[in-house]
Design a protein around this ligand. Structure first.
Ligand code: G16
Length: 727
């Protein structure tokens, strides 16, 4: 381990640029671009170490500040499976960035020791950047960091953030041959690990899905608007969407007409445009072409978020944010799961920003469970992995859908003509706490049943994932149901069928006892008196053993039936289905599989999400207005407050309450009580130097007033700087 080059580069190119303490925020390091080169250099070092730690697999480094103004920049590191950097490495990143210049090498050595890194392993970092003017220079700094520890760089230059996530995942997946990086990537090949591979994957699946659109039922009008205007935020998303659009040429499918505005030709990145602007200010972006357009979407600066909007008949702006996208997608998947006859557990993950009306709609109308976690895709993503189909969306439009390997397998079974449920029936995920590293982590496992060759019932525990951050899942059993087969009927039906299943090979008690008795009698005859075990004792022992065995079997059966309840598994034989039923289950499975391929399962992706939403609307013949009618948003308002140190605000309960500064939460509570349907919370941003305030209430006026009151309290009690917020 020779770090001389590192020392030299720090001294002659990348001295530390601040005494302020920085931390790996919601999505990496972010700040004014003119003081970030040294951070980038250090992240290049860390990316190389992470790659060595991951046995030389590619690590991604994306230079972007996403929704932030053009003069900011930042870096997001990407793990080998295409997901965000593992949380346990975030603290290593923070330590490395906060070290004084002379301490950097020591911190590197500590990281090598702590994570037991074999420094001799070759490493590679995949680099990409958004369109910011500072991105070229900062990308060079990352490269210098990577190369200073002898690792190599593959530079993809301009990409959207989700494209780089996809490429990293595809590359590592393809390289791992038989050893899967994870289920979602199992079908990816080396050809997928490129920008072209990304377009090919998305467009093939999207066109395949559109081709399954049936003719509308008689009397049902197809209301789908096949034309959409997309605000590219004057960023990378505009450029890459044009690339994707050129591949959307279908023979059997009619792809939508995509028109791009704010394409960067004459506007400034994120200035009065983009998904964040549209969502936070609840107004259309600058340059929205009103004439003739009926449906719009807006991307953010690195194209990992999308929101929709339109103008109603009175010309009023209507926003369909991440919550609305989540409801559209969930209802689509819930329908398909029902139609496919599969027992797949669907769940939705939201944050405190989710509009109260959306949560109510999902729980009460769609009957899908909702979990609330802190802001940041890393939290939502991990939580969504608990489901067979885990859907997560932040209200700001950042989200995706994750399919478990079990879901992939069951869907494929139907496509292979296997309509019956697998004999393997996992129970709801059980979580056991264990002490690990810096705190409490959860080991996530399924307890399941399967049958062996002889049909004997076996119980097994399958560990799904280790080191998962805490994520509470709603316990309500009713909420867990996707299909609606009455529980009792199903239980009875299942019990009856289970009775018929081979595997309960217990020899009836009496027969065994008799057999034993007979043997003993034979022995008694052969072996005279003294060593004979008294007959009654043997019988009792056998009885006890049989009782135990039977109890175990019974409790397995009870477990199995409970499992069936919670997963709504149907036991049926293929012969019991009519050809029509088989056809409709196959069609649903096809749609599920194609939808799982349209979506980018590594991270929220504006382009992939846009295609999925368009596919859902098209298959359903649904207009944006009809989608908007799912539920009415409660009016809401978001504000930002500048304070001297935003970290004086500490939060709890998935950021819905603040624990410091003292008394702030009580002040918020008493303000909330004064408004009908009032709700409000505050939290420090992880991407900007501000405290964010969110409020909702029965009317827009009340939501605005409540937000204003809360913002004033933050300003007064948390060390506001500059102009106090207007009330
Ligand atoms: C990032 C994260 C999102 C988060 C957003 C705002 O998005 O990926 O999960 O919602 O920042 O975070 P905060 O409120 O902490 O500033 P992006 O699109 O900016 O990378």
């Amino acid at each position: 381990m020779n770090f001389n080059k590192v020392k030299d580069k720090i001294k002659n190119g990348y001295p530390k640029g601040t005494d302020r303490s920085l931390s790996y925020g919601t999505a990496g390091f972010r700040g004014p671009a003119n003081n970030l080169d040294w951070v980038m250099f250090r992240m290049g070092l860390l990316g190389a170490l992470r790659s060595k730690h991951q046995h030389g697999k590619a690590i991604g480094a994306m230079i972007t500040a996403s929704h932030n103004p053009i003069d900011d920049n930042g870096i997001k590191l990407i793990d080998p499976n295409g997901e965000m950097l593992e949380v346990s490495w975030e603290s290593a990143a923070t330590d490395l960035v906060n070290a004084g210049d002379v301490d950097v090498v020591n911190v590197l050595k500590n990281i090598v020791a702590k994570f037991e890194i074999d420094f001799s392993i070759p490493a590679i970092v995949y680099l990409a950047q958004d369109t910011r003017p500072s991105s070229d220079m900062l990308s060079t700094a990352v490269r210098d960091g990577v190369e200073a520890v002898g690792a190599s760089v593959k530079d993809f230059h301009l990409l959207t953030t989700p494209q780089l996530h996809h490429i990293v995942n595809a590359q590592n997946s393809a390289l791992s041959n038989s050893e899967q990086v994870d289920a979602m990537s199992s079908s990816l090949t080396a050809a997928d690990a490129s920008e072209e591979g990304y377009y090919a994957k998305l467009s093939e699946a999207f066109l395949g899905l559109l081709a399954l659109k049936g003719s509308s039922a008689e009397g049902v009008k197809d209301e789908y608007e096949a034309e959409i205007y997309v605000d590219g935020a004057n960023g990378i998303g505009a450029m890459k969407l044009a690339g994707l659009r050129s591949r959307l040429i279908g023979l059997d499918a009619k792809p939508p007409i995509i028109r791009i505005f704010n394409d960067g030709k004459d506007g400034v990145l994120n200035e009065n445009c983009g998904a964040d602007y549209v969502k936070v200010l609840q107004k259309p972006p600058k340059g929205t072409p009103i004439n003739g357009a009926v449906k719009y979407a807006a991307f953010d600066g690195d194209a990992d978020r999308v929101v929709y909007f339109y103008f109603d008949q009175a010309g009023a702006f209507r926003l369909l944010d991440g919550d609305k996208i989540a409801t559209l997608i969930s209802s689509f998947f819930a329908d398909l799961v029902r139609e496919s006859g599969l027992s797949l557990k669907i769940g939705i993950v939201q944050t405190a920003y989710a509009n109260g009306a959306s949560t109510r709609y999902i729980e009460q109308e769609l009957k899908v469970p909702v979990v609330c976690v802190p802001t940041g895709v890393k939290h939502l993503h991990h939580c969504a992995k608990q489901y067979d189909i885990g859907i997560y969306f932040e209200a700001n439009g950042h989200g995706t859908v994750l399919f478990s390997s079990r879901a992939d397998m069951l869907i494929q079974n139907i496509l292979d003509g296997k309509f019956f449920s697998e004999p393997y029936l996992p129970l709801a995920p059980s979580q056991t706490e264990e002490s690990h590293g810096h705190g409490r982590h959860r080991k996530n496992s399924h307890v399941g049943f399967k049958t062996d060759d002889k049909g004997d019932l076996l119980v097994e525990e399958v560990v799904v994932e280790k080191d998962q951050p805490e994520c509470k899942v709603a316990e309500s059993e009713d909420n867990m149901q996707v299909g609606d087969v009455p529980k009792d009927e199903l239980a009875l039906n299942t019990e009856a069928k289970v009775d018929r299943v081979e595997g309960f090979s217990i020899v009836p008690k009496d027969e065994l006892a008799l057999k034993h008795e007979a043997e003993k009698e034979e022995e008694d005859e052969a072996v005279p008196m003294p060593s004979v075990i008294p007959k009654d004792e043997v019988a009792l022992k056998l009885e006890r053993e049989l009782d135990d065995a039977q109890k175990k079997r019974q409790s397995s059966l009870v477990h199995m039936v409970q499992s069936i309840h919670s997963h709504n598994v149907e036991f049926f034989d293929a012969e019991e289905l009519t050809e029509k039923e088989k056809e409709s289950r196959t069609l649903a499975a096809k749609k599920l599989q194609l939808a799982s391929r349209v979506i980018n399962q590594t991270v929220g992706d504006a382009m992939a999400d846009l295609l999925l939403v368009e596919a859902v609307l098209s298959l359903r013949g649904m207009s944006i207005r009809q989608w908007d009618e799912f539920y009415q948003d409660l009016p809401s308002r978001q504000l930002k407050v500048k304070v001297a140190d935003r970290n004086v605000i500490q939060t709890t309960d998935a950021e819905r309450k603040c624990s410091t500064p003292n008394g702030l939460q009580q002040t918020i509570d008493s303000a909330v009580r004064r408004y009908q349907s009032g709700r409000a919370f505050v939290r420090p941003s992880g991407t900007e130097d501000v405290v964010r305030v969110y409020a909702e209430a029965d009317t827009q006026e009340n939501a605005d007033k409540l937000a204003g009151e809360v913002a004033s309290s933050v300003f007064q009690m948390a060390g506001g700087v500059g102009q106090p917020p207007a009330r």
